[in-house]
Design a protein around this ligand. Structure first.
Ligand code: IPM
Ligand code: MG
Length: 358
């Protein structure tokens, strides 16, 4: 088994180092190899996703990814921006199924901006389609308008599109996941306005015929955004397209108190996966040793479970994270009065210690 370790930019290097520490103490039999990605790769090789990094990723069973991006690259041509690394990996490896759990830990109920009773015990799973939709649809670009409100004006356009097999496979992933948990899927669309999402809804209804034991509901994306803050515990599994999933998963992450706690997995049809925290590279706190490494450590647990077939070790990591929270250790993002504030590496060390004590 081989893991590609791609720390990336900003706090990426700091948090991935902690997850690697945790994996090493498990003493499992796999090889880890690191490579540059994002802005760091652009600086060294002139491209955010160099051939060698892509090849390493393709040849690995799993990828442990930190984060990419920095404001200083905002002026580069789009193909050279750090974000293209993550989009390129998703596309080249066919990582179409993105799992973004939003779980509220009992110890962190007060860290959320929502009332504790709304989020205590929250456990929802957002399944976001990751290789289609307006993110990748062609054509796109800039041109001179020939019609519309201002013919002759400069305009820009993107293409929203989904094919039946793309919707079918992500719907199956969602129904299968729901079967193992609350047995309910909310399919989020904008069928009242968009042709693409009327089709999405029709296909999800077709696929549901094979999953009659799972309850299916449909919700427009604007309403879903509202229900997520009104009654989040009414959701179990949410399945949606690439762009709606991008937006709703950030919203859902805040229900849990801190995006610094949320892992994610992006899988292809052979269970090869990319595992990354749900948050970004946070250049404002990079290098200060204060970033929360738990999302990345929990992503490593997801990696063990989904791509490396090591469910026991995954559970051990999750229990160790639970333990350090019980001990009252908190990075600044989840700190509250009466707990102990720690830095990135102290948090990683505490997880390692909790693992060794099991
Ligand atoms: C995410 C991020 C990415 C996305 C960016 C960095 C390209 O926001 O993983 O949610 O939009 O998918
Ligand atoms: Mg996002």
């Amino acid at each position: 088994m081989k893991i590609a370790v791609l720390p990336g930019d900003g706090i990426g290097t700091e948090i991935v180092a902690e997850a690697v520490k945790v994996l090493e103490v498990l003493d499992l039999n796999f090889e880890m190899e690191s490579a540059l990605v994002g802005g760091a790769a652009y600086e060294a090789h002139g491209h955010p996703l160099p051939e060698a990094t892509l090849k390493l990723a393709k040849d690995s069973d799993a990828i442990l990814f930190g984060a990419v991006g920095d404001w200083k690259y905002d002026k580069l041509d789009r193909p050279l921006r750090p974000e293209q690394a993550i989009l390129g990996l998703r596309k080249n490896l066919g990582l179409f199924a993105n799992f973004r759990p939003a779980i509220c830990y009992e110890q962190l109920v007060d860290a959320s901006s929502l009332k504790p009773e709304l989020i205590a015990g929250l456990d929802i799973l957002i399944i976001r389609e990751l290789t289609g939709d307006i993110y990748f649809g062609q054509p796109r670009g800039r041109r001179t308008a020939v019609d519309g409100h201002f013919p002759g004006a400069e305009e820009a356009f993107d293409t929203m599109r989904y094919s039946r097999p793309e919707i079918e496979r992500i719907a199956r992933v969602a129904f299968e996941a729901a079967r193992k948990r609350g047995k309910k899927v909310t399919s989020v669309d904008k069928a009242n306005v968009l042709e693409t999402f009327q089709f999405w809804k029709d296909v999800v209804i077709d696929v549901h015929k094979d999953y009659q034991d799972v309850e299916l509901e449909h919700m427009y994306v604007d309403n879903a955004a509202m229900q997520l803050v009104k009654k989040p515990k009414a959701f179990d599994v949410i399945v949606t397209g690439n762009m709606f999933g991008d937006i709703l998963s950030d919203e859902a992450s805040m229900l849990t108190g801190s995006i610094g706690m949320l892992p994610s997995a992006s899988l292809n049809s052979s269970n090869q996966g990319l595992y990354e925290p749900s948050h970004g590279s946070a250049p404002d706190i990079a290098g200060k040793g204060v970033a929360n490494p738990l999302a990345t450590i929990l992503s490593a647990a997801m990696m063990l479970r989904f791509s490396l077939n090591q469910d026991e070790s995954a559970k051990r990591i999750e229990a160790a994270v639970q333990k350090v929270l019980e001990q009252g250790l908190r990075t600044p993002d989840i700190y509250s009065e009466g707990t102990t504030k720690v830095g990135t590496s102290q948090m990683g060390d505490a997880v390692v210690k909790a693992l060794s004590a099991q």
